[in-house]
Design a protein around this ligand. Structure first.
Ligand code: BG6
Length: 278
């Protein structure tokens, strides 16, 4: 199944550097940097405007993981977002676009809180800047978790190297939530992963994504990082090709180890900037 062009918004710098966003979930489907596609989208991804899109960068809010009030990873990735600011240029001349999502009857039936999310994408020459603001438009305090579920593309996941996690505590969801410490300077993926790294530094590097480049991942306020690769479990997922786990790696900056309390009218601004380094 392919996406309906009417659901897509594109940005381009005209040198093979572009971005494509699907309004369903404001899911960033493609980030091309000088002709190189940096994001993975499964060939089996479903574009029915109901199911979360399997790939790109789905937005997780207001809950990471299984949720007593609604679907896993919350509803932001399965709602249609509005265009807040039409595609244009920022003060530096970079292509940019903003999307927004507010509570509605459907979200309040699951989770009776009022909010406004704004998601801004800025396409720079070698970087993509993603900013998610969460505003409490309600009159009560509540809490949330959020995450950018980033699917990176790679020709061979076993050749990817993640640097910057050494010394961090993590929860290994594949070992019944066992708490561990990362001992390795360079993390390599040679089996299924589902780990939550706590208090990650504001910069980590993923190399081996293609023969020429690595990606620097810089964050603000996203204090945790999830590493996920389903490995053989991919064959049990209807929207994931059986062998595609070899060509992707999820590196997901989020705020999820603790919940974030937010007061009426308070705004939190989370940033993820990915830079291709050659
Ligand atoms: C990751 C979780 O963020 O997302 C995994 O840590 C989960 O546990 C994965 O399996 C994919 O989730 P979903 O809901 O998109 O299949």
């Amino acid at each position: 199944m392919s996406a309906n062009p009417k659901d897509l918004i594109s940005l381009s710098r005209g040198d093979g550097t572009s971005a494509v966003v699907h309004l369903h979930g404001a899911t960033l489907l493609s980030w091309k940097c000088k002709g190189q596609e940096m994001l993975f989208v499964s060939k089996e991804a479903v574009f029915d405007n109901k199911k979360a899109i399997r790939g790109g960068i789905p937005i997780v809010f207001p809950n990471f993981g299984p949720w007593k009030h609604g679907p896993q990873h919350g509803f932001a990735r399965i709602k249609r977002w509005d265009v807040e600011h039409e595609p244009g240029r920022d003060v530096n001349g970079n292509p940019t676009v903003s999307f927004s999502l507010c509570d509605d009857e459907g979200t309040r039936n699951m989770w009776n809180m009022k909010f406004k999310l704004v998601y801004t994408i800025v396409l720079e020459a070698d970087s993509i800047k993603l900013t998610l603001t969460v505003e409490n438009t309600d009159s009560i305090i509540y809490d949330f978790t959020c995450l950018l579920h980033t699917y990176l593309a790679t020709p061979d996941v076993t050749q990817t190297k993640i640097e910057g996690l050494e010394g961090l505590s993590y929860i290994d969801k594949l070992q019944n939530g066992e708490k561990c410490t990362e001992e390795r300077k360079i993390v390599k993926i040679t089996e299924g992963y589902d780990r939550i790294y706590k208090n990650a530094p504001s910069e980590i590097t993923v190399s081996g994504l293609d023969c020429k480049s690595s990606v620097k991942i810089n964050t603000k306020l996203f204090s945790d990082i999830v590493l996920w690769n389903p490995w053989e479990k991919a064959s049990g997922m209807s929207d994931f090709g059986d062998e595609e786990y070899q060509t992707m790696l999820c590196v997901e900056p989020g705020y999820l180890y603790k919940t974030q309390e937010i007061h009426p009218r308070q705004v939190f601004t989370f940033n993820l900037t990915m830079t291709r380094v050659q």
